[in-house]
Design a protein around this ligand. Structure first.
Ligand code: ATP
Ligand code: XMP
Ligand code: GLN
Ligand code: MG
Length: 548
């Protein structure tokens, strides 16, 4: 058995800020592993993560005031652990309050948006306290935007969003910086406790990343060891530990996540792995052939293709409700895998494990971190919330701790072809959730033809890589048109193209009018049953990326 080296980690306690996940991202961008955990996680619970060598904590911001009834607090054991802590906004308020300082409740005036912090001369001369700002300079362009010309000291543009503020320091702390309206904008204790009233994780704090860098490397004394190759080595060792000499089937979709999962598992356990691709009947034009061909030419892993078109389509017949569609598909997937596993077992012996390409965001979203309110379910993703309750498999999910761009990097290192690495995500329920209303073979044909044109034109225009996702949606809406002097009465097709980093929020892509014109023209001319094309100009939120 492989002995795993403990991985250096920074734990981010999530007090409900909309930026909590971004803090984790920023830390990982500095090549230090970081995990987001619920606000009420205790030090004792964290110590059970024995594979982690915890080097410090970040307490995130949050919507509550520390004076709200039931406001989340931090386990005192964490505050007294002796490890460095960075408290951001609400996290700073907690740090101050729980260590016997004082927080002034919001008094009408809130500090929201850009602000300038000024580091005090005295603090700048205290190297222990100053570590968080060491080496940071403002660029001349930034100085122009600051309130006044700097004389001697360090002034930095930052981004604020708060009402409460610290007004009495806890013992041993010093003020490191202030703003015009806030005398305690940054506080610090020589033993590595730092409070920021502003948000270093957002792009509007230009030097924020350098501050986080200082926290990680000067205060927590981390080493930048979290790289694609370290991820690969660790994950491979973990898979071996979990699976031993047993067999695994991997649900392979043709998307980047499951392909990378399959490659990692194959590296770990070789021919104990079999991949299974399910043709649900809701795939895009040529998808099945493409997956089979690319897989065969790049992987040396057996692939079973299951033609489950009939069974999915007959269960979906006349189903209109999006959530019901998702549940049916989630369940059918598992039933198909079970059936295939039992067939394969006749030849290969027991297959207790099912591997999936589940990512870190799926995991974070499926647990509610918000202690004050339970997150509302928007839609059931088939591979997480959509799994049936009774299931014979144990799950292997080697990407459970990774973000999408990290998965792509790992894919490149493992030799996954570029075109596969950069494919837009395609949801498991496929075209079934891009046909509004009931799904049938005729509508699938129409949508496949239209979707092919949309993607082709986007590729031809050279903008595929700039987009997070681009696809067509078939609406049940019919409208009147005129073609070759004849009246038509046919469906409206919607085109959706978004830019996004993490698929949690997205903006509609500003595709060029010429590109949109080409798409519209070709769709209406080449796809029977469509006589009108519209472009979706809604961001997420308030819309979602998929229409169902
Ligand atoms: N047609 C399919 N056949 C087999 N497994 C599938 C299929 N569709 C989805 N899955 C499983 O469901 C998981 C989640 O799907 P999801 O679309 O989120 O990931 P992906 O397809 O691997 O990557 P991407 O997000 O880039 O599309 C996949 O990783 C895969 O394990
Ligand atoms: O594998 C999946 N199974 C699903 O059930 C599912 N639903 C949405 N998606 C994908 O998730 C991302 C966010 O989509 P939404 O903004 O529509 O929620 C987008 O990338 C969607 O394509 C899914 N992927
Ligand atoms: N962004 C934050 O963390 C805000 C903290 C707290 N809700 C306040 O308004 O002061
Ligand atoms: Mg997919």
């Amino acid at each position: 058995m492989h002995s795993l080296e403990r991985r250096q980690a920074i734990i981010v306690l999530d007090f409900g800020s909309q930026y909590s996940r971004l803090i984790t991202r920023r830390i990982r961008e500095c090549r230090v592993y970081s995990e987001l955990v619920p606000a009420n996680t205790t030090l004792a619970q964290l110590k059970q993560k024995s594979h982690l060598d915890i080097k410090g904590f970040v307490l995130s911001g949050g919507p509550s005031s520390v004076y709200d009834e039931g406001a989340p607090i931090c386990d005192p054991e964490i505050l007294h652990s002796g490890l460095p802590i960075l408290g951001i906004c609400y996290g700073m308020h907690l740090l101050a309050l729980q260590l016997n300082g004082h927080v002034a409740p919001a008094s009408g005036s809130r500090e929201y948006g850009p602000a300038t912090i000024e580091v005090s001369a005295e603090a700048a001369n205290d190297p222990q306290i100053f570590r968080i700002f060491e080496g940071i300079k403002v660029s001349p362009e930034q100085t122009e935007h600051l309130d006044q010309v700097p004389q001697w000291s360090l002034r930095l543009p930052v981004w604020m969003s708060h009402g409460d503020s610290v007004d009495v320091l806890p013992e041993g702390f010093k003020v490191l910086a202030c703003t015009e309206s806030n005398p305690m904008a940054v506080i610090a204790h020589p033993r590595g406790l730092v409070g920021f009233q502003f948000h270093p994780e957002v792009a509007h704090t230009p030097q924020g990343k350098e501050m986080l860098y200082n926290f990680l490397f000067r205060i927590c004394e981390c080493e930048p060891g979290w790289t694609s190759s370290s991820v690969i080595d660790e994950t491979v060792a973990l898979i071996r530990e979990q699976v031993g000499s047993e067999r695994v089937i991997c649900a392979l979709s043709g998307g980047v996540d499951s392909a990378v999962a399959a490659l990692l598992i194959h590296r770990a356990i070789g021919d104990q792995l079999i991949c299974v691709f399910v043709d649900t009947g809701c795939m895009r034009a040529g998808e099945r052939e493409q997956v089979v061909d690319t897989f065969a030419s790049h992987f040396h892993i057996p692939l079973v293709v299951v033609d489950a078109r009939q069974r999915f389509l007959s269960r979906l017949a006349n189903v209109v409700d999006p959530e019901q569609k998702r549940k049916i598909i989630g369940e059918e997937f598992i039933r198909v895998f079970e059936q295939e596993a039992s067939k394969l077992e006749e030849e290969h012996g027991p297959i207790p494990f099912l591997a999936q390409g589940t990512l870190y965001p799926d995991v974070i979203e499926s647990t509610s971190h918000d202690t004050a309110s339970t997150a509302r379910r928007i839609k059931t993703h088939h591979n997480v919330g959509g799994l049936p309750e009774e299931m014979v498999f144990k799950l292997v999910e080697p990407l459970r701790t990774l973000f999408k761009d990290e998965v792509r990097e790992v894919g490149l290192v493992l030799g996954l072809p570029e075109e596969w690495v950069w494919r837009h995500p395609f949801p498991g329920p496929g075209l079934a959730i891009r046909i509004i209303g009931a799904v049938d073979e005729g509508k699938l044909e129409t949508l496949r033809a239209a979707d092919k044109i949309v993607v082709e034109e986007i590729r031809n225009a050279g903008v595929y890589r700039e987009l997070g996702q681009a696809f067509a949606v078939l609406t049940p809406l019919q409208s009147v048109g005129v073609m070759g002097d004849f009246r038509t009465y046919a469906n409206v097709l919607a085109v959706r193209a978004v830019t996004t980093g993490d698929f949690m929020t997205a903006d509609w892509a500003r595709l060029s009018p010429n590109l949109l014109a080409r798409i519209s023209n070709r769709v209406v001319n080449e796809v029977p049953g469509v006589n009108r094309v519209v472009y979706d100009i809604t961001s997420k939120p308030p819309a979602t990326i998929e229409w169902e």
